[in-house]
Design a binder for this molecule. Structure first.
Ligand SMILES: *[C@@H]1O[C@H](CO)[C@@H](O)[C@H](O)[C@H]1NC(C)=O
Ligand SMILES: *[C@@H]1O[C@H](CO)[C@@H](O)[C@H](O)[C@H]1NC(C)=O
Ligand SMILES: *[C@@H]1O[C@H](CO)[C@@H](O)[C@H](O)[C@H]1NC(C)=O
Length: 581
């Protein structure tokens, strides 16, 4: 494509030169004809140039004008022009092709023991979650499974009220606690508080388990304590249960996460209102979870094009974390660990065929650089909405002072959206990705940052068509289609493969009425991999962005060391916990 443009340029010059020559020596009929056709061509080219739409501003980087660096001077000869009025492409961008062959399945097998036969009457397990709403959600999910493993009664989890997000809400102000207890009653006995003993609440024994503790690890470390104490509290309960568990325990995780954890009615009602208001604007909409707060950017160690100003501001923030080691911004970017900028997300979406007419719900905190940062995204998608633009202050008042309730509203809209995209790989993005797989593989776009970064960097020396086609290629396997990730690989909350079943009947091309007289076939056992070639396109690393979650970075430590250090350390928030959402 680029070559063609060059050729055109070349032929125009050649043509003009020819005409010039021929004007002087017009006695050769052949030359005259040649000149004539050249003129026609020239006229045609001129016409087509003028008729092509004006380019969208060529922002190379997003921040203030001052910040423009040497390599970002707009190149007027660039062929990279985002089509101005492109509408959404005809092919179905709103649904996943293979989704009808799969469904979420989390019922227990017949060998799964129920709570009434196994719960030990004198074992109470308490946990304290940590992090933002979604990290806490993983903790709650795992706590139910831990209680099951230990044959213990679970006390309704205490939410983290001290994290970065500082929300004083308790469990029952976020989740429907009665539903939680009753839905899981067959699996685990759950009580609202510890029982009284001689008029006093039993004091629990406080301890921690290592990260990714296996069922055996729970039995070895926690069970012996239950022989002396009736109540145990596990502190800082996040990612404390192994990613890999047997099928029935994984399914229990799914029952908790996808069925038992329901938001309170007031949160659900407000969420529903927001969704309805989006649907009033257009039939389909995209939800974008955008994390671009100054802290996040600073923590990532990446450079986002804001020049000296950004470098200084972010390095000041970085000083807050004494243990944060220096990172090489270019290396981070190459490894796909940098957050996509709002503009980059916009370009990716346009390249994937989403037109300028589409409405986007943006779930975000305070964006670094504010409106200025969002401007390029707005140029690509003028119809941006948020809770604040869809609802009045009065409507949001019961939620706005509570970060977890606000996060819950965003969660609902993102969950209901036709297409969900995140510029980060945080807890919310991963949990929603898993949930959307479970409930019918609704399209969920995970930017393939490792591959896309080069395109963003070099976009000024390629045409839009070239760019868009490359984006589409790189995004194969990152669109939320079934079987994108090999079963068992990846983080369970993002890829709950044990809870996805294949509809063998629909697969065989028979009656497509789903879930009817269906033979449950585990994807795990499925030899036929619909997207086998897709799987090999890229190694599906767990972490796409800078958000190195808890389990990373401790890999070199032995389990024993870890256990000791976690026991002796005070309950100080850890680095990543600052913003784990
Ligand atoms: C799972 O269990 C529920 C409730 O017992 C039942 O209604 C549903 O049909 C079951 N689903 C499957 C796929 O067996
Ligand atoms: C839990 O109870 C079941 C059934 O009584 C028993 O087989 C299992 O060993 C118990 N596990 C623990 C950790 O107590
Ligand atoms: C664009 O330019 C960069 C740097 O000059 C070069 O490395 C890259 O290969 C070019 N890309 C294309 C598509 O020509």
């Amino acid at each position: 494509m680029k070559k063609k443009h060059r050729d055109n340029g070349y032929s125009i010059t050649a043509c003009v030169y020819r005409i010039f020559l021929i004007m002087r020596r017009r006695h050769h009929l052949f030359h005259f004809l040649y000149a004539f056709s050249c003129c026609l061509l020239l006229l045609f080219l001129t016409f087509s140039l003028f008729s092509s739409p004006p380019p969208v501003t060529n922002h190379h980087y997003l921040m203030s004008k001052k910040a423009v660096t040497a390599n970002s001077i707009p190149d007027t000869t660039t062929a990279f022009r985002v089509p101005e009025n492109e509408e959404s492409k005809g092919h179905d961008i709103w649904s996943s092709r293979l989704s009808k062959f799969y469904y979420g399945c989390s019922n227990a097998s017949s060998s799964f023991q129920t709570a009434d036969v196994k719960t030990h009457h004198n074992r109470y397990l308490m946990i304290a979650t940590s992090g933002g709403l979604n990290q806490q959600r993983t903790g709650i999910t795992d706590a139910v499974v831990a209680a099951y493993i230990l044959n213990a009664t679970l006390v309704v989890p205490m939410l983290d009220q001290k994290s970065f997000w500082k929300d004083t809400s308790d469990f029952s102000e976020i989740f429907n606690v009665d539903w939680f207890i009753s839905f899981l009653s067959k699996d685990v006995k759950i009580v609202k508080r510890l029982p009284m003993k001689l008029g006093k609440i039993v004091t629990p024994y406080y301890m921690r388990v290592p990260r990714k503790c296996t069922p055996k690890c729970y039995q070895n470390r926690v069970l012996p304590v239950f022989s002396k104490k009736h109540a145990i509290q596990l502190g800082k309960f996040d990612y404390r249960l192994s990613n890999r568990l047997d099928m029935d325990l994984q399914k229990l995780r799914c029952r908790v996460n996808y069925h038992a954890l329901k938001f309170t009615d007031s949160i659900l009602d407000m969420g529903k209102k927001l969704v309805e208001r989006m649907r009033m604007k257009s039939n389909h909409f995209i939800a974008l979870h955008l994390r671009f707060e100054a802290d996040m950017l600073a923590f990532s160690g990446c450079y986002y094009g804001g020049g000296e100003k950004e470098r200084i501001e972010l390095s000041v923030i970085r000083k807050r974390w004494s243990t944060l080691h220096q990172k090489n911004p270019d290396k981070e970017r190459r490894q796909g660990r940098c957050l996509l900028t709002p503009e980059e997300v916009g370009l990716m979406l346009r390249a994937l065929g989403f037109g300028r007419d589409i409405h986007i719900y943006v779930a975000s905190g305070e964006v670094y650089g504010g409106e200025e940062t969002l401007k390029p995204l707005k140029a690509l998608f003028p119809n941006l909405h948020s809770k604040e633009t869809l609802a009045s202050q009065e409507e949001l008042a019961p939620f706005s002072l509570f970060s977890s309730r606000m996060a819950a509203l965003d969660f609902i809209v993102c969950d209901e959206s036709d297409v969900f995209v995140a510029n980060n790989n945080g807890n919310m993005a991963r949990i929603l990705a898993g949930r959307r797989r479970y409930f019918g593989h609704k399209p969920t776009i995970k930017p393939n940052a490792k591959k896309l970064y080069k395109l963003f960097l070099n976009r000024n020396n390629m045409t839009w068509e070239e760019f868009a086609s490359k984006v589409r290629t790189h995004q194969i396997g990152f669109m939320g289609e079934p079987n994108e990730v090999k079963p068992g690989r990846g983080e369970f909350h993002e890829n709950p493969s044990s809870c996805i079943c294949e509809d063998s009947k629909a697969m065989a091309g028979g009656d497509s009425t789903p879930h009817n007289d269906m033979h449950e076939v585990q994807v795990e056992n499925n030899k036929r991999n619909v997207a086998d070639e897709i799987l090999t396109v890229d190694d599906h690393d767990q972490d796409l962005t800078t958000m190195d979650y808890v389990e990373n970075g401790i890999g070199t430590q032995g389990k024993e060391d870890l256990y000791k250090s976690s026991l002796t350390k005070t309950d100080q928030p850890e680095l990543d916990e600052w913003f784990s959402d």
